[in-house]
Design a protein around this ligand. Structure first.
Ligand SMILES: NC(=O)c1ccc[n+]([C@@H]2O[C@H](COP(=O)([O-])OP(=O)(O)OC[C@H]3O[C@@H](n4cnc5c(N)ncnc54)[C@H](OP(=O)(O)O)[C@@H]3O)[C@@H](O)[C@H]2O)c1
Length: 330
């Protein structure tokens, strides 16, 4: 699919929107950028393709399921709560009688559950076109996963890493698989943590917003590392952030923010747009930038931010590999 090429002025405006946060991240961002951003995917472009959406039972995930259905995909609706998954799929089937939907139950933060679910999926389908790691949490206090990992780390980083590792054979099978990790613009406020105590947030009093931002930064680093590892192969790995969208997650975890920004927040579908577009169009991702927002790559670090310490990325990736019993070739 050919992309429209934005003019210099449009690029400058796009960058200004991005740096201003309030303009770019809210509904104003896509309202302006829509004038020049890359075209939508062709209708039916995902017909016959299997796509997994994690965290599908709320907000951006539910909107993403609908957008993938619009493009003809068979959507695997993955949630941790079986009743919620069943209710959502029943509702979708009522409204869209021909929709191809598969119910999937897995707690992404539980590594044993991830192993069991990936084995189960591999026994049911022959190829997987894409997975969007969208499940997310912002927790008021430090809690631990069944394997004893800090929960935001388990849900945002360890579970998605292990899922990706175990689904690789399925993702490459049909040619042109895509993995998308849903990060957050909040990651700009955190540097990469690399000691075990920092990664597991045992290095000070727990702050949910900070724990969220740290693990969202880790997601971006992880996606870049996966992308380098798989360069030139069948599977592309990208990360993205949705801007600020009105979802139950935002109103529950950040009620003050929700109140102030309410009218300016994007719709969940707008928050889902870039992830869906990445899967459906597979834009050229041969460069080193794999962090997307509103259908364009964005910097992962700004010049005013502290440089990452040498060796931090390697130490982080080694920790992730060790925690998930997987291998990370450097
Ligand atoms: N909304 C925004 O403005 C915004 C901004 C930046 C980034 N994001 C990111 O976008 C993604 C979606 O956010 P949202 O606003 O739509 O949040 P949301 O309304 O809270 O939805 C989060 C979803 O993740 C699921 N989930 C949480 N833990 C899980 C686990 N262990 N296993 C499986 N599923 C799990 C939740 O399941 P339950 O339904 O069972 O709770 C829910 O379906 C998140 O990764 C978030 O960090 C959102």
């Amino acid at each position: 699919m050919s992309a429209t090429v934005p003019s210099l002025l449009q690029r400058a405006l796009d960058t200004a929107l991005d740096r201003s946060l309030v303009l770019g991240y809210t509904r104003i961002g896509p309202a302006v950028r829509r004038r020049w951003w890359a075209p939508d995917a062709e209708p039916g472009s995902l017909a016959g393709r299997h796509v997994v959406v994690t965290g599908a039972t709320s907000g951006i995930g539910t909107a993403m399921v609908e957008s993938f259905l619009d493009l003809g995909a068979t959507v695997h609706v993955l949630g941790r709560n079986a009743a919620k998954v069943t209710d959502l799929v029943a509702d979708l089937r009522r409204r869209r009688p021909t929709a191809e939907l598969v119910e999937e139950v897995c707690d992404v933060g539980d590594l044993d559950a991830v192993r069991a679910w990936t084995d189960d999926l591999a026994a049911r389908i022959e190829d997987l076109h894409a997975i969007v790691h969208n499940a997310g949490v912002m927790l008021p206090e430090r809690t631990e996963s069944p394997q004893g990992h800090e929960m935001a780390l388990a849900v945002h980083v360890l579970g998605p890493h292990l899922m990706t590792e175990r689904l690789l054979p399925l993702l490459g099978a049909g040619g042109g698989g895509t993995v998308v990790i849903m990060s957050s613009g909040g990651m700009y406020s955190a540097g990469l943590r690399s000691t075990p105590d920092e990664i597991e947030y045992r290095d000070g009093e727990y702050d949910g917003v900070r724990g969220y931002a740290r693990t969202k930064r880790m997601q971006v680093v992880l996606a870049d590392a996966w992308s380098r590892r798989l360069r030139g192969g069948e599977v592309a790995v990208e990360s993205t952030h949705p801007g600020w969208a009105a979802t139950p997650g935002v109103s529950d975890s950040l009620p003050g923010f929700d109140k102030v920004m309410g009218p300016l927040l994007r719709t969940p579908a707008s928050g889902a747009d870039t992830a869906v577009w990445l899967v459906a169009t597979r834009p050229d991702s041969s460069g080193t930038h794999h962090f997307w927002h509103d259908r364009a790559t964005r910097p992962t670090t700004y010049p005013f931010q502290r440089r990452q310490e040498p060796g931090a990325e390697r130490a982080f990736l080694d920790y992730v590999a060790g925690a998930t019993d997987s291998v990370w070739p450097h």
